[in-house]
Design a protein around this ligand. Structure first.
Ligand code: SF4
Ligand code: SF4
Length: 165
């Protein structure tokens, strides 16, 4: 399958496929979880390396990033400013008391790439979570980003083909 990475095109296709994707999610919920996880792992491993996140950065414009205390220290060391300054400039507390980035798009997004890429947060590294098991239990949260993330978009479209949907 020819991968599509043009964000405008992906958004347009996502609008056209809204109903199809709703039905596909219902279909997936009735499939064997292990079989779907295995297919998703394979697709993730083949498709993700073909997509350059540093040339996209689209998730950084919409994700709410959680940050750990350890990560504030690492960032403080990297930026050579104090942890207190990091907290003051970049972080606020969520209603649940967790530390979250205080802007969306993220402070560290420069054009399409992350200015702290080698030091980005765990949550950034793990998105879009396709390497994790239980894909069909995370359909809602994953499909929210189908129109935003070229990795999710292409994995889901190839999954349809593999399942002869
Ligand atoms: S830290 Fe980097 S990867 Fe994470 S949201 Fe911000 S710009 Fe994106
Ligand atoms: S994870 Fe998806 S949305 Fe984020 S930068 Fe990579 S391809 Fe773009």
């Amino acid at each position: 399958m020819q991968l599509i990475t043009d964000l405008v095109k992906i958004k347009q296709i996502a609008e056209e496929k809204e109903v199809e994707n709703d039905h596909f999610q219902s279909f997936l919920k009735h499939q064997n979880e292990k079989q779907i996880d295995s297919l998703i792992q394979e697709l993730n491993e083949s498709i993700t390396p073909q997509i350059d996140c540093t040339n996209c950065g689209n998730c950084c414009k919409s994700l709410m990033i959680h940050i750990t205390s350890e990560e504030t220290v690492q960032l403080s060391n990297h930026l050579n400013i104090s942890v207190d300054q990091i907290k003051e400039q970049y972080i606020e507390q969520s209603e649940q008391g967790q530390m979250i980035m205080n802007t969306v798009p993220c402070h560290f997004l420069t054009n399409t790439s992350c200015s702290i890429y080698e030091h980005r947060f765990t949550e950034c590294r793990e998105f879009p979570h396709l390497h994790k098991p239980h894909f069909i239990r995370r359909l809602f949260s994953t499909m929210r980003y189908y129109e935003i993330c070229p990795i999710i978009f292409n994995v889901v479209e190839q999954l349809k083909i593999d399942l002869e949907y």
